[in-house]
Design a protein around this ligand. Structure first.
Ligand code: ATP
Length: 233
């Protein structure tokens, strides 16, 4: 059984369609990457899966439960956690306090602040620092850590590496590799195609809200992916 699935999901803003008839499945322990140009619909799809944006049609399932009627808060309680674009930390709280916000919203489980710090070592010296005094990479690490504190089965990551230095991106991806070993499913939106191909098990390429290519990362050539990305047939 799939861990998470979307059945013919369409969503938009007012009269304009952002994603159309998306069918998607995620297995436990799998890393699925959503790729596509700016405006292709990646963030909208992630937000629909997380319950943060209401689809116009279609359904979202967590295992055999139709979670379509549930809010983002309720889905978080069931084990779906979104790391949103832009990180959205509480600027007036410390790093540790931001992590604890995640613990308060999700499921009970094995992710403690200590485990998060072991997994994201750059946070270790920062726990008492105010979130307003962090670099972009540090903020992203807190945002991922906060999501983990809610003990997700499904982690949805939007643009983890946007605007960050390559050395920090490498460090965050090393942490995500550790996170994966714990068996949760991850859906990742990433602009950097070569990094995506390197880490993903499976890739779905969106073009103007439609799935135009999908397959195991190892089965797709770079040319196939870039052609789908830019809409060349
Ligand atoms: P990006 O990489 O730029 O974030 P994306 O692939 O994540 O792109 P979305 O952000 O999901 O794409 O956008 C899909 C479409 O929906 C685009 O045409 C975009 O302009 C539109 N859109 C996104 N957010 C809104 C909004 N809040 N109001 C109106 N239209 C929106």
């Amino acid at each position: 059984m799939s861990l998470l699935s979307a059945q013919l999901v369409s969503a938009g803003y007012g009269d304009s369609r952002a994603v159309s008839d998306i069918v998607l499945t995620l297995a436990p322990g799998e890393l699925l990457a959503l790729v596509g140009a700016n405006g292709a619909g990646k963030s909208t799809l992630l937000r629909v899966l997380a319950g943060a944006h209401k689809p116009t049609s279609g359904s979202v399932w967590l295992k055999d439960v139709d979670i379509s009627p549930l809010t983002d808060f309720e889905r978080n309680r069931l084990g779906i956690s979104l790391v949103p674009e832009g990180r959205r930390l509480f600027a007036s709280l410390t790093v540790l306090e931001n992590l604890m916000v995640g613990a308060g919203s999700g499921r009970v489980g094995e992710w403690t602040a200590d485990r998060v710090v072991d997994t994201l070592p750059m946070l270790k010296p920062l726990l008492k620092r105010n979130a307003s005094r962090l670099s972009g990479g540090q903020q992203q690490a807190v945002s991922i850590g906060r999501a983990l504190m809610s003990n997700p089965e499904v982690l949805l990551l939007d643009e983890v590496s946007l605007g960050l230095a390559p050395i920090i991106i490498d460090e965050l991806y090393e942490s995500l590799a550790v996170v994966r070993q714990s068996g949760l499913g991850i859906i990742l939106v990433e602009q950097d195609l070569s990094r995506t191909v390197a880490v993903a098990d499976r890739i779905i390429c969106l073009l103007e809200g439609h799935v135009v290519l999908q397959g195991a990362a190892g089965d797709l050539s770079h040319e196939q992916i870039t052609d789908a990305y830019f809409g060349h047939s």
